[in-house]
Design a protein around this ligand. Structure first.
Ligand SMILES: Cc1ncc(C[n+]2csc(CCOP(=O)(O)OP(=O)(O)O)c2C)c(N)n1
Ligand SMILES: [Mg+2]
Length: 908
């Protein structure tokens, strides 16, 4: 034996002839494979794995780089012999699915027939129908399942199919279907897409802005674990299912956070990726294979991946294929090619796919009818069931199931697998007939042009089956059912300390906010419900004391001794930690906000998220997620720290925020505040808790806080508490009335946020140097004043016969004398937009333009929002009114040291 080995080791392969070499290679390979077979038979797969691991390491040590392969062959992950028996009645389920397919198609075609251009989608649901139906009949647990209830993110464009199922379930009247996308009719139709704002008993999650659903689902699954680990929600079998389009995976939001799911071992998360290989314009990845590409990405990120590419009919061919030619052909075929087979059918497949003698041999006895049955895995309920079952049972990581389907399945000539299919919303009579025939629907030729909706009799086998399945699985889905109890806000006394001010001690509004937060965290009723969310910015905001106090949530606790363990405020991670320290992801943090802010609806838990972030990286970066929070009826507080274009010194153009308050106007149910003082923050937070959790209003709050330290004043004494609270909440109150009793010149100055201090200094200069009686008002919310004014204006327009309503701002300023001048660290449009609702025009100062890296003082000079510029603006307004002459104004400009040739911050 050793002689043979010696001989082999010394063999110089370059000396061998081609035949000898081939023979040697073949023998060698056979021996390896036989050894492997032996190990597999005697030691099982685990032993094979161990040996392969050692082999790989051994080879690597000897300089053989083994390429990393993230993909498996392009065949189904679950073998035929591993498929469980189907527990349902396949025939009945198919009939139900076909009815739903029809109704979903009819609602779109009908809507466009009667209202051209109203839109809607057929192809998305057509490709996903069986995926949904297997889920509805066997997996998705409804709200009555308690802690076992699932949450499902439905793909937005599949909404007609979801509605069509609910229609069969008897949840919608036929008028709602007829008036699809006509929500403003007397008999309101269904909303285009999933919007909790518009259908608050039905949809849970807005998903149609692509990428948002997938991202949100990850943080939803993680938030559920957080609630369980913190003892706020019963642990259960409930899963988060997210239906994702393959084209949707182009969005960075979709795949950008998948490692978060793996890192947190979210085996309560299942993604159903509907790989119909097409997006809106054409193939997702015509020159490659999206399923293989996604497999590599998910596997590389630690997900459990299940591929369901080929339907049962292919199994027969795979069985026949002893040499693996078919699997190799699957690997070779790009998506653009396979789209042709879906579009052109059996003859094309026979000619072009089976393109070698070996492949042709596999189907030599097959008719075109046989070939036409070669379906994709995502249309095969048996395969879908097997995949869902495996996903549900899988432990230790999230699962992505990659289903191969046909876009527009069943649409035939009207669009099946065509590039235009996504947009197809009209079917002519022949196409409708073809659809009917394909799915064996009971529609006569006469009826077809009336686009009938089908709902079998209540006692039909179909309906009885469908309803029984949902009953067993815990009720209908989607269903949004808020069930948290109203919670009284903390007593006013607990915020009393903030009303006293800091007695000269200089603190920023950020610090004041953190104090309010800490106070809340100690509150018996509220403390545990607070969910602080930070994207790697806690130290920026002086929140690091919270690390130790309430801990950072981690699903594994803390596996290491923290480097600062000697420190009183060490970095403490724990399983019941309260802070969601998200790392550098505003999008991920906002997704956590979405989950926590809607916990009252999804879990019956009054969670109160406080998402604290760099204000610049909020609205403009993740505005769409904030919009989704509005749509979702999320509750909670967004806190923009380091706010204010000139208050944040040094950081420059990409950090200094002077416009988030403008962007905040766009979200209808968001209340936005730019508080100047600690007591304002305390009042706003308490009011927010009251409105959102006691009154259960579906609003949320945005607060900007700055990092400039100054003495926080006590609440002004000239206002009683009620008037003060009302002023702060509604946006405007008199902070410091003028000290000059008699004067010819009057001014009302409006300040917000940290610019308030400049306004107060301007008041002093105006009073002392220019004999102007100036009063200072705090504008806590231009948005609140603006919204209130618009409401009054509208009311008056619609009710000319009634006494006109005065907007709150106008009432507050009734009798206020002199000119109006406003200054804030935000764009001038804020006071300007309000101006027409006030008794007088406003001169607005603000920070329009790109920021600069500079110190605070220079920035305020540059943006013309410091005390001297406020004084000049006031004098100029007085001059415009004729109360001051031009010469005095010029002298003032000179005395104030203002250079008329200075750069214009908006332009330069
Ligand atoms: C953020 C965003 N960008 C663009 C669109 C427009 N849009 C709607 S559907 C669609 C294609 C969807 O393709 P895919 O994700 O593959 O879903 P399918 O319909 O194929 O299941 C596009 C581009 C959108 N809804 N959201
Ligand atoms: Mg697609």
């Amino acid at each position: 034996m050793s002689d043979v080995l010696d001989e082999l080791l010394n063999l110089d392969r370059s000396q061998l002839g081609a035949d000898e070499l081939r023979e040697l290679n073949e023998t060698e390979l056979r021996e390896w494979l036989e050894s492997l077979d032996y190990v597999l038979a005697s030691g099982g797969p685990e032993r094979v794995k161990a040996i392969l691991d050692s082999l790989e390491r051994h080879a690597y040590k000897h300089g053989v780089p083994i390429p990393y392969i993230a993909t498996t062959p392009y065949i189904n992950t679950i073998g035929v012999d591993e498929q469980p028996d189907y527990p349902g009645d396949l025939g009945l389920e198919e009939r139900v699915t076909n009815l739903i397919r029809w109704n979903a198609m009819a609602m779109v075609v009908r809507a466009n027939k009667y209202s051209a251009g109203i839109g809607g989608h057929i192809a998305t649901y057509a490709s996903a129908a069986t995926l949904y139906e297997v889920g509805f009949n066997h997996f998705f647990r409804g709200p009555q399942a308690g802690a076992d209830a699932d949450l499902v993110y439905f793909q937005g464009h599949a909404s007609p199919g979801i509605y069509a199922r609910s229609f069969l379930e008897g949840r919608f009247p036929v008028e709602a279907m007829r008036n699809f996308r006509r929500e403003l009719q007397d008999e309101p139709g269904l909303s285009s897409y999933p919007h909790p704002w518009l259908m608050k008993d039905y949809w849970n999650f807005p998903t149609v802005s692509m990428g948002i659903g997938p991202l949100a689902s990850i943080y939803q699954a993680r938030f559920r674990r957080y609630l369980e680990d913190r003892g706020l929600y019963a642990p259960g079998r409930g899963k988060v299912w997210a239906f994702v389009g393959d084209g949707e995976t182009d969005e960075v939001e979709t795949l950008g956070a998948i490692r978060v799911a793996a890192r947190n071992k979210l085996d309560n998360l299942i993604w159903v990726v509907n790989c119909n290989l097409q997006r809106l314009d054409g193939p997702v990845y015509g020159n490659g294979k999206i399923i293989q590409e996604l497999e590599a990405i998910f596997r590389g990120s630690g997900w459990n991946v299940i591929k369901v590419a080929w339907g049962s009919k292919w199994d027969e061919l795979l069985e026949r294929d002893q040499d693996g030619v078919l699997a190799r052909r699957f690997d070779e075929m790009v998506d653009g090619e396979s789209q042709r087979y879906a579009a052109f059918g059996a003859p094309e497949l026979r000619d072009r796919f089976f393109n070698t003698p070996e492949l042709k041999k596999l189907i030599e006895d097959w008719t075109d009818d046989d070939i036409a049955q070669l379906n994709r895995g995502g249309h095969d309920p048996v395969k879908i069931y097997a995949a869902f079952q495996r996903a549900v049972e899988h432990k230790g990581s999230p699962t992505a199931i990659l289903f191969r389907t046909v876009k527009g399945y069943g649409m035939g000539e009207a669009g099946e697998a065509k590039n235009v299919t996504h947009q197809q919303k009209k079917l002519d009579v022949d196409q409708m007939k073809a659809f009917r025939d394909r799915f064996s629907l009971p529609v006569s030729d006469e009826e077809i042009t009336r686009y009938p909706f089908f709902r079998p009799q209540e006692d039909s086998p179909e309906l009885r089956y469908l309803l029984a399945r949902r009953e067993e699985l815990g009720g209908f889905l989607p269903a949004r059912s808020p069930r948290s109890e109203p919670l009284d806000p903390p007593p006013t006394e607990s915020f009393e300390e903030f009303m006293q001010g800091t007695e000269g001690r200089e603190v920023s509004t950020t610090m004041a906010f953190v104090s309010v937060l800490r106070k809340l965290l100690r509150d018996e009723a509220w403390g545990k419900l607070i969910v602080p969310i930070v994207p790697d910015e806690a130290r920026t905001f002086g929140m690091e004391a919270l690390f130790r106090q309430i801990g950072i949530y981690s699903n594994v606790g803390q596996l290491y001794e923290p480097v600062d363990s000697e420190n009183l405020l060490f970095y403490k991670e724990s399983r019941d930690g309260q802070i969601l320290e998200e790392g550098i992801t505003e999008a991920g943090s906002m997704a956590s906000f979405l989950a926590a802010g809607t916990a009252y609806a999804n879990y019956g838990v009054n969670a109160v998220p406080f998402f604290i972030y760099y204000s610049m990286f909020g609205f403009q970066r993740i505005g769409d997620l904030i919009w989704a929070a509005g749509d979702s009826r999320a509750r909670g507080f967004l806190v923009g720290g380091t706010a204010g274009r000139t208050t944040l010194a040094g950081e420059g153009l990409q950090h200094q925020d002077g416009h988030s308050h403008v962007l905040a106007y766009s979200v209808p149910n968001l209340l936005a505040y730019d508080p100047a003082f600690a007591y304002e923050i305390a009042i706003i937070v308490r009011e927010g808790l009251k409105r959102m959790y006691a009154d259960q209003d579906d609003v949320f709050y945005y607060l900007t806080v700055g990092n400039e330290n100054y003495a926080q004043p006590a609440a002004p004494e000239h206002l009683d508490r009620e008037a003060l609270e009302q002023g702060v909440v509604k946006g405007l109150y008199l902070f410091r009335p003028t000290g000059r009793k008699r004067s010819k010149l009057h001014a009302q100055l409006f300040g917000s946020g940290s610019i308030m201090n400049e306004v107060l200094e301007a008041q002093r200069i105006l009073e002392e140097d220019y004999k102007v009686a100036a009063s200072v008002w705090s504008v806590t919310s231009y948005k609140a004043l603006h919204v209130d004014a618009l409401e009054a204006e509208r009311y008056n327009r619609l009710h000319p016969d009634e006494a006109p309503r005065e907007p709150f701002g106008k009432r507050q300023l009734e009798g206020a004398k002199g000119v109006f001048v406003a200054a804030s660290d935000y764009m001038k449009i804020l006071p300007d937009a309000l101006a027409r609702h006030l008794p007088k025009p406003i001169v607005s100062l603000g920070t329009d333009g790109f920021g600069r890296s500079e110190a605070r003082e220079e920035l305020r000079e540059f943006f013309e929002v410091n005390a001297r510029h406020i004084v000049l603006a006031t004098l100029q307004a007085l001059a415009t009114e004729g109360a001051l002459d031009a010469a005095s104004l010029l002298k003032a400009r000179h005395d104030l040291g203002i250079d008329p040739g200075k750069p214009n911050p908006y332009v330069d």
